[in-house]
Ligand binder design. Structure first.
Ligand SMILES: [Zn+2]
Length: 140
């Protein structure tokens, strides 16, 4: 592998363009290591590496001492949120229970927050359940 003045000029140009060493090697038909080695011998300036910059910045931000665990403060785990609150958080669904008759002007859907996994709100889900399976006591 001859480093002709032309190839050295090309290496220098690509290097200064900020191409990856592997990409430069591909264009010159040589290995990435050959690119790095030649660039080193030519004393081409090290190019700013975005990865290295991020590492350096985070090293500066990080406090020099190891963080101290606050062992003396021991809180019990927070109680689980009530079921109703979880429904509100997890679903924007609204109750599809029809109010009125579809052919009449005032017809609309309930619009209350529906239970997760159900098309109806809490009270209408209960209603639907009662309709489908009447309680034994009510039949008498
Ligand atoms: Zn409803």
């Amino acid at each position: 592998m001859d480093w002709t003045p032309e190839r050295i000029a090309e290496l220098t140009r690509l290097w200064n363009d900020g191409l990856a060493t592997s990409e430069i090697g591909k264009r010159l038909g040589i290995s990435k290591n050959a690119v790095v080695g030649k660039a080193h011998r030519l004393h081409l300036s090290a190019r700013p590496s975005p990865i290295r910059r991020v590492i350096m910045r985070s090293a500066i931000v990080r406090p020099p001492r190891a963080p101290v665990e606050p062992r003396h403060v021991q809180h019990a785990a927070p109680p689980p949120a009530p079921a109703q609150e979880r429904v509100v958080e997890l679903s924007n669904q609204t109750c599809k229970w029809p109010i009125g008759h579809p052919n009449e002007a005032g017809f609309h859907f309930c619009g209350e927050r529906a239970i997760v996994g159900k098309p109806y709100c809490q009270s209408h889900t209960a209603l639907a359940y009662v309709r489908a399976k009447p309680k034994a006591g009510e039949a008498a």
